[in-house]
Ligand binder design. Sequence first.
Ligand SMILES: *[C@@H]1O[C@H](CO)[C@@H](O)[C@H](O)[C@H]1NC(C)=O
Ligand SMILES: *[C@@H]1O[C@H](CO)[C@@H](O)[C@H](O)[C@H]1NC(C)=O
Ligand SMILES: *[C@@H]1O[C@H](CO)[C@@H](O)[C@H](O)[C@H]1NC(C)=O
Ligand SMILES: *[C@@H]1O[C@H](CO)[C@@H](O)[C@H](O)[C@H]1NC(C)=O
Ligand SMILES: *[C@@H]1O[C@H](CO)[C@@H](O)[C@H](O)[C@H]1NC(C)=O
Ligand SMILES: *[C@@H]1O[C@H](CO)[C@@H](O)[C@H](O)[C@H]1NC(C)=O
Ligand SMILES: *[C@@H]1O[C@H](CO)[C@@H](O)[C@H](O)[C@H]1NC(C)=O
Ligand SMILES: *[C@@H]1O[C@H](CO)[C@@H](O)[C@H](O)[C@H]1NC(C)=O
Ligand SMILES: [Zn+2]
Length: 718
Amino acid sequence: MLHFLVLTLPVFSSSCTLDGNASHHDLGREAVRKMSQSAAGLSWEESVFLDIPSNASARASLEFITRKPHVAGTPGDLHMAQYVRDAFQRAGISAELDPQKVLLTYPISSALQLVDGTGRVVSAAKLAEDVLQTDNTSDTWWRNHTFNAYSPSGDVTAPVVYANFGLPEDFAALKAAGVQVRGAIALMRYGKCFRGLKAMNAQKAGALAAVIYSDPEQDGFAKGSVYPYGPWRPESSVQRGSIQFISLCAGDPTRAYAPHGMDVEELCGYSEKELIPQIPVLPISYGDAAIFLDSLGGPEAPPSFRGALNITYRTGPTETKYKVHLQVANHFQSSPVWNVIGKIPGTLPAELDQPVVLGNHRDAWIFGAADPNSGTAQLLEVAKGLGELLQRGWRPLRSIFLCSWSGEEYGLLGSTAWGEVNGDGQRAVLKRALAYLNVDVGVSGPHFRVAGTPSLAQLLAGVLGHVRHPESQKPLSEQWSGKLYSLGSGSDYTVFIDHLGIPSLDMSFTPGNAQYGVYHSVYDSFTWMATEGDPNFTYHVAMSQVWGLTTLRLAGSTKSGNLPLPLNLTIQAQAIQGYIAEAQESLNGTAQRKLWFEPLEQASEAFLRAAQHASAEADRLRRLGPSAFHEVVAFNNRIGLLERSFLMESGLPGRKWFRHCLQAPGLYTGYGAKTFPGINEAISAEEWDLAQSQIKACAQRIEAAAASITEPNRFITV
Ligand SMILES: *[C@@H]1O[C@H](CO)[C@@H](O)[C@H](O)[C@H]1NC(C)=O
Ligand SMILES: *[C@@H]1O[C@H](CO)[C@@H](O)[C@H](O)[C@H]1NC(C)=O
Ligand SMILES: *[C@@H]1O[C@H](CO)[C@@H](O)[C@H](O)[C@H]1NC(C)=O
Ligand SMILES: *[C@@H]1O[C@H](CO)[C@@H](O)[C@H](O)[C@H]1NC(C)=O
Ligand SMILES: *[C@@H]1O[C@H](CO)[C@@H](O)[C@H](O)[C@H]1NC(C)=O
Ligand SMILES: *[C@@H]1O[C@H](CO)[C@@H](O)[C@H](O)[C@H]1NC(C)=O
Ligand SMILES: *[C@@H]1O[C@H](CO)[C@@H](O)[C@H](O)[C@H]1NC(C)=O
Ligand SMILES: *[C@@H]1O[C@H](CO)[C@@H](O)[C@H](O)[C@H]1NC(C)=O
Ligand SMILES: [Zn+2]
């Protein structure tokens, strides 16, 4: 039973990570330019740091990490964990493996066939990615074993119906057209929402099984030349990936590592079975999908359902002379994945420390040159740079953690485990963490993109002014759109922002408004990166510089002493006012009269005033200099822990693990963020009492945040 909001009229905007319309706070190019101009120049250690990352070195580490498959929990994963640990240690940073026991699944076999009335197989899916002569890692066992992690095994014979992106509105459209999903196999295309939620929506609609394919409209020939002639997805290529129900709760569905005897039911509000699909799910290529789309009967599909294949898209069901046979066998096992944790201790006393945490996952489907190991190569360049500074006598004021996660691809397993284990208890290292800086797919194209907490925006704009775009050679601050996307889910920042309330950034270079073409296929390889993604490895260098410089400015240096933290809360206040306006705009006149937004408006006004007060206070402390040490300590305590105030003790309605009241992954979109999730999702479901009580609850959190800035002795955490 999935006992969250009952869906009546699906009116969700379908946002996706890379969708240009995804929820964001637009700073505007002019403001970015001003902020980068007024930002501090480079300090001695920053100049030294920026010269360290090198394209040759990033290329060499990427080549090593991508030489063999390193799927979470496999021997390749352990091997690469040891490689990263050793690289941290070579840079002079202490590091150790952090194994976490979790639930994993691996493929055994699968089949997908079109059968006629006599049971004869008329046509069968290949379910394999072709060997490419030009790509020397493509001939791997994994190319014959495409699967979705956490799909149960199963054997189903039924007609297929086509459910577009698998969003609630797609299932509603099928229902309206009289197409029966119950008892059928739901064929859906990738895009718009996290794949696990496609499986969840299909299961809720009564499908017996689900098949998810990559339509060429999203990342294949409709975008441009396909690999190896260009970067986009070729005909046989399959997007693997987890189908965990990530918007209900992230992390290991068993919580075998849980602290204090807690179990998954207590932490998430759901049992293991409710967090993963109970129907078999199989991912396929567009080459294979064409067979099953072509044999659909029923009415022609509405325009929004049509992709780029040269066929007439129909809703189904499959023509009555055929049925479709699907078989999936996957193996479930509990075993360790290996995080690597590096630490550079800060010089502030432990009780005043405010650690800065950098993270990137290392586990991949299958070689992961872009996702995630472009980010891993960058993390190693950052480690080299910080190591060089340590050698030259620099010491950070605050501790820096360098984290290489595993199990991300299954559902953010490694980072969530580490975050939960270290997030609670007075002495937990994350209790006072200042920021979490994530890079997952470091490079898959030329456009700088960032999602994050608005209070970090000004710092980031300043950093971007000191790093050049590899192609234009202009400062990145001039190339950046100024759009700060809201954090949804789909990468390791999730536990830090949504569960622990630690300000976070997630940065990447992307192809623009699309997922890159070889995502989660065997072609996300070193050769793809060296021929299509970043042949000169200069985007690798640029990201390492942005990541490292942001770290240096947050961590501070012992030599400069303790200064007010570089957070701009006024931008946070403006973003909150934008979210309120958005929520109101989503309502028509009738609905507006049902809701009373004043508590939120008043809270956001109070927060804005407090932010301005904090800004004046920071100026004053800066002018006082070293004599203000104790006042700065108190100020930084309040400002640095402020984001915790946005956490709601009982979490969001129907998903208690997500505690941040300002943003969460969309309940039905997963990757895409919802701002004011508790309020907006209640509005979408037309549950007005719930919406009103969520307005009140969120207003209280914002008031608490405002009070925590201005009332020096108030220490607010959940
Ligand atoms: C963004 O929204 C506009 C207007 O609603 C729409 O025309 C456009 O296609 C959307 N863009 C994407 C990438 O979905
Ligand atoms: C490094 O980048 C330069 C261009 O800036 C390029 O000429 C050189 O070949 C690159 N080296 C590697 C190893 O990719
Ligand atoms: C993949 O499957 C093909 C066809 O069954 C087989 O010839 C090939 O040896 C397999 N490749 C690997 C690496 O297992
Ligand atoms: C699309 O398919 C039709 C019928 O099979 C064929 O005649 C036509 O040439 C195809 N168009 C393209 C662009 O491939
Ligand atoms: C595979 O190809 C890449 C780039 O094309 C090359 O650098 C690498 O050495 C090759 N590896 C092997 C094992 O041949
Ligand atoms: C790589 O660097 C060379 C200069 O060394 C330049 O001519 C070329 O355009 C660069 N390639 C890319 C894809 O940026
Ligand atoms: C914080 O950002 C606001 C809005 O962009 C800006 O007006 C203000 O000057 C910034 N504060 C500081 C201290 O730079
Ligand atoms: C206005 O919103 C209400 C509640 O969501 C809905 O029932 C009604 O149909 C909407 N009216 C119009 C004209 O869109
Ligand atoms: Zn990733």
